[in-house]
Design a protein around this ligand. Structure first.
Ligand code: BGC
Length: 719
């Protein structure tokens, strides 16, 4: 039987190198390292991203800097260097144990001159002590002679050509090699300290090669046929975000020397992981692919989740790739956050605190645009200012530039954040947080909506014009239903907050009313907007995605099959804008978020209408999990399964061909929601919770846990 915790491959395919580097990413919530090989290859996209370590970059403003590399470990047999592209690879196997985050690669290799050996590389980023990283290589030679290991730290890293690091210093102290680098514009210091121990054979030589920016320790061990020899390399990483700049080196050195050896460190790591899985695991019986895949998705989310830092968020590609430059989107609040709210509320709180800390950035953005309150950036990094690029090269012709409007007009994110804050409070009952931070998030975003809404005197209604809704195939639309309705919800929630605060924390209510200038005139305007915002709903319950949507061209998407391109690539950006094709199901997302406000019939009508108009496979990766939930809602679990499987496979099977850029983080969170809220039918209400299971026909059992108001509950459903 398959081990349903292991993601593995049994051959190496250079064409899938970048995709697999993403899949085999490891991490611990402080940093992640892509699954590039220890020995290094010219075309690899090797990268380690540490949360919060941003540096200025052209076009994209700022990006997570690809950090000094802790992995380098070369192996030589009697002077011949091990490499997958020389000699003969006689066996290859790689596996990631999702239970513990241990990545193992076993290669049987014959050198060009015929020296054979089995090499086992293992690595993990300690979950028990997030500053510690471990890599080990065991070699079982079939020859006599010398096995040489070269273990290094490499500061010569870049982000696809952009260099972010200065060399500052390097040296040796207490038997440890260290390297000190600093980001070029943000001035973040990082120290890496390395300690290497050999085992299994006589060390005949040990030398430090003090190469600038790449200190390396060389060890030669005697080799005998059949006797395993190896090295264990332990690295500690500290940045000036963790400790004072002048303490990064001493901290790293002290830490690496105090750190446990492999066995003890791995045991502690496994224990920390076990505690995480105890809360987070989802058991699916009867469907091995779904079982492994959901665990993989959760693993990827967990390794990107900041446990001890509330100044960072999770980027749209987690910490696993260069895509979207480490920037955070609404992907966090709508897709990932619910997973944490219900399985790890302390992580959810960290992520929401990041938004709270960044209220000044959101206020700057609102002010810059002539609005009031908090307008959160579409893409957010370290300062909370807008970092969406304004122009990027066209996907079809890189000599042309395309204007990116999302940073200007994809405004729904402010309501998404308010909604997430409210959801966190509802689910956890964390009143102290709500009083201190959550309330302000809701009130200040409401203030933005109050100023952003425009009065149309002729039609006698409030409007939100010139926006982009979640469906980004349609830009510059008026009165996007998702945006208008969530803005209305945000304003309504603000009144609820004020009423609640007046009762439970009157001093805070007074303070916020004064500081945010929530005067009677402003509140009267909010009431007007709530009442008169334009929402177009047909008598049947069908919601028009935006004003004029019905007049766009209808396209029979099924007739385009089979295809490997998105509708936008087929019709072009402008062409697609003119059709009814959706990148993601905007209206269904709205109904999902505000489910209690819609009848079953209205959900069915909208599902039937928008489902065939959605670009499921090649549109947004955010769509399929929501489709799965809504398909469950309308009683179509087998259709739901099709959407769900598309979502859980997104990265494992590289459905969109871009997994090499990093994990589709929103999709990972969406898959958990699809299982729990879709197939499990979990509904949380003011009075408690219920389930309404709708399992796919092949599922024999579904079991998961969730926290509600401080208590953990288990749901166990038989198919
Ligand atoms: C999607 C957005 C998403 C972004 C980052 C875009 O392609 O349309 O909804 O926030 O990717 O994942």
């Amino acid at each position: 039987m398959n081990d349903l915790w292991i993601v593995s491959e049994d051959s190496f395919d250079a064409k899938k190198q970048h995709h697999k580097e993403t899949v085999f990413t490891i991490g611990n919530g402080y940093l992640s390292t892509r699954g590039a090989f220890e020995e290094g290859y010219p075309k690899d996209h090797r990268a380690t991203f540490v949360h919060g370590v941003f540096d200025e970059a052209p076009i994209v403003f700022t990006e997570l800097a690809n950090s000094p590399d802790w992995l380098p470990l070369q192996v030589l047999f009697n002077g011949e260097r091990f490499s997958l592209d020389t000699g003969t690879v006689e066996g290859f196997e790689r596996s990631l144990d999702l239970r513990t985050g241990l990545l193992i690669r076993t290669v049987r290799w014959s050198s060009p001159s015929g020296l054979k050996a089995t090499l086992v590389f293992e690595r993990f980023a300690s979950q028990a002590d997030e500053h510690l990283l471990y890599v080990r290589c065991r070699v079982t030679p079939e020859f006599a002679g010398m096995v040489e290991f070269r273990a290094g730290l490499n500061g010569n890293m870049n982000n696809e050509g952009i260099v972010h690091w200065h060399w500052v210093a390097q040296g040796e102290q207490d038997g440890v090699q260290y390297l000190h680098n600093r980001t070029r514009t943000s001035g973040i210091d990082m120290a890496s300290a390395m300690r290497v121990d050999s085992f299994g054979g006589r060390e005949v030589e040990r030398a430090v090669w003090d190469v600038e920016n790449s200190p390396t320790l060389m060890l030669r061990l005697e080799a005998e046929p059949g006797r395993t020899v190896g090295v264990e390399k332990r690295v500690a990483v500290f940045t000036s975000r963790d400790v004072a700049a002048d303490a990064v080196i001493p901290s790293a050195i002290q830490h690496v020397n105090a750190g446990a050896g492999w066995e003890a460190a791995f045991a502690a790591d496994a224990q920390a992981w076990a505690a995480d899985w105890e809360r987070t695991d989802v058991v699916i019986e009867g469907d091995d692919e779904a079982q492994i895949s959901i665990r993989f998705n959760l693993f990827q989310l967990l390794i990107a989740a900041p446990r001890h830092d509330d100044r960072v968020n999770i980027g749209a590609k987690t910490l696993s790739g260069f895509g979207y430059r480490g920037h955070a989107f609404w992907d966090t609040e709508i897709f990932m956050l619910p997973v944490f709210i219900y399985t790890a509320p302390h992580i959810a709180k960290n992520l929401l605190n990041y938004r709270f800390r960044n209220l000044p950035g959101a206020q700057r953005k609102a002010q810059g645009n002539g609005f009031e309150g908090a307008q959160f950036p579409w893409e957010s990094a370290d300062t909370g200012d807008e970092v969406t690029p304004t122009w990027v090269p066209h996907f079809a012709d890189r000599t042309k530039l395309v204007r990116i409007w999302t940073g200007d007009i994809e405004v729904h994110i402010s309501a998404d954040i308010a909604h997430a804050a409210y959801q966190y409070w509802q689910a956890t009952g964390d009143d102290a947080w709500y009083i201190e931070k959550g309330a302000e998030l809701i009130l200040d975003t409401a203030k933005f909506w109050g100023s952003r809404a425009e009065w149309n005197a002729e039609a006698k209604r409030y409007e939100l014009n010139d926006v982009i809704g979640p469906d980004e195939y349609h830009e510059h639309v008026d009165n996007n239903a998702y945006t208008n309705r969530l803005a209305q919800w945000n304003l309504q929630a603000a009144f609820d907050v004020l009423a609640w605060l007046r009762e439970h924390a009157p001093a805070k209510a007074d303070e916020l009313i004064a500081r945010l200038d929530l005067n009677p005139d402003r509140l009267a305007t909010w009431r007007e907007v709530i009442e008169k915002i334009y929402l177009h709903i047909e008598p049947s319950g069908l919601i028009e995605q935006f004003e004029g949507y019905y007049q766009r061209k209808e396209v029979n998407l099924a007739a385009l099959e089979p295809r490997t391109k998105s509708a936008q690539e087929i019709f072009g950006i402008e062409g697609c804008n003119e059709t009814q094709i959706l990148k993601q199901p905007d209206v269904l997302m709205l109904q999902y978020l505000l489910r209690d406000h819609y009848t079953d019939e209205s959900v069915r009508v909208n599902y039937d209408y928008y489902m065939p108009r959605t670009d499921h496979t090649y549109g947004s990766s955010l769509g399929p999990s929501i489709m799965a939930i809504m398909a469950c809602d309308v009683g179509k679990p087998d259709d739901a399964y099709e959407h769900f499987i598309r979502a859980v496979r997104a990265d494992l099977r590289d459905v969109r061909g871009n997994a090499g850029d990093g994990i589709h983080a929103a999709s990972t969170g969406g898959t958990w929601q699809a299982v729990v809220f879709g197939f499990g039918g979990l509904r949380i209400t003011a009075d408690g919770w219920t389930t309404n299971p709708r399992l796919p026909h092949n599922w024999k059992r579904l079991s998961f846990k969730f926290f509600h108001r401080g208590e953990i509950h288990t749901v166990d459903i038989s198919g």
